[in-house]
Design a protein around this ligand. Structure first.
Ligand code: NAD
Length: 266
């Protein structure tokens, strides 16, 4: 399958280029970005890239290169622009770009659902373990009424709590009404019991040395169940990204989240 990468010079884009090049069944045919590397050989960044492959600036370069699927880790603005150009031309899109508004996601859904156009898979988290941990937490929540989420990330993360922690807390709350837990009335330091998402307490830890980690703690009678995921390296996203790249041509319309590609419903 012929694959293009949008945001190819970025942290995720470079990892995707490497994963595609190492895959054996996928061919990297174009790399596009908006950086000082535009016009330079991709090999300057990724030595295993094909000789003569130059980083382009225009999304139309994916059409010229006859890409069948474009993997996108760029910016919200770039993702929308790419979808408007590529989906009507029948090119499929796999995107992990975050920060898309509800309106933007609706437009992407519409564009990917037009007959004859390309399909799209968008997921805010491509790490298999993170998606599974969320799923397991939603199952456990059916059996426990007390749960708290602790998410731990590197010190430069821009948002708190993480999007995954919010989604996890919502999934837990949706499965069963969770008790907000004891202690809010007894806080001697304001906020020490964490924030609340749909009644579930969420605690955000930010420290250098951490990467991306999350624990969901369920408290029961005389027992504690902890579901923990540790993301140690950006390469952890690649099995999920490649799974989506291989699956997207056969998934009609717009798919949100990795869960359906893992047989986890929706
Ligand atoms: P980065 O800043 O390292 O890279 C961004 C890339 O996008 C660069 O190559 C840049 O040149 C390109 N770009 C930006 N604006 C562009 C435009 N208008 N046109 C063309 N190219 C453009 O960022 P990153 O850490 O690689 O993250 C990229 C995106 O992926 C972010 O939205 C991030 O939150 C998301 N992300 C998602 C997951 C997931 O699992 N879904 C995991 C990690 C990061």
């Amino acid at each position: 399958m012929r694959v293009g990468v949008l945001g190819a010079t970025g942290r995720m884009g470079q990892a995707v280029c490497r994963a595609v090049l190492a895959s054996g069944d996928l061919e990297l045919v174009a790399a596009v970005a908006r950086s000082t590397k535009v016009g330079h050989e991709l090999r300057d960044l990724i030595p295993e890239a094909p000789v003569g492959m130059v980083v382009g600036q225009e999304v139309s370069e994916f059409l010229v290169a006859r890409a069948e699927v474009v993997a996108d880790f760029s910016s919200a603005e770039a993702t929308l622009g790419a979808a408007r150009t590529l989906l009507p031309e029948g090119v499929h899109l796999v995107s992990g770009t975050t920060g898309l508004s509800a309106e933007a996601l609706e437009e992407l859904d519409r564009l990917a659902t037009r007959p004859g156009g390309g399909n799209m898979v968008w997921a805010a988290n491509f790490a298999l373990g993170a998606v599974l941990a969320m799923h397991f937490a939603a199952i456990a929540a059916r059996y426990y009424t007390h749960a708290e989420v602790i998410e731990l990330h590197h010190a430069t993360k821009v948002d708190a709590p993480s999007g995954t922690a919010i989604r996890t807390a919502r999934a837990v709350a949706a499965a069963q009404e969770v008790s907000a837990g004891a202690g809010r009335d007894h806080e001697t330091v304001p906020g020490v019991r964490g924030g609340e998402v749909d009644g579930v307490h969420v605690h955000s830890v930010r420290l250098p040395g951490l990467v991306a980690h999350q624990e969901v703690l369920f408290g029961g009678q005389g027992e504690l169940l902890t579901i923990r995921h540790d993301l140690l390296d950006r390469s952890s996203f690649m099995p999920g990204v490649l799974r989506a790249v291989r699956a997207v041509p056969a998934r009609a319309g717009f798919t949100s989240g990795l869960e359906p590609l893992l047989g986890l419903g929706r």
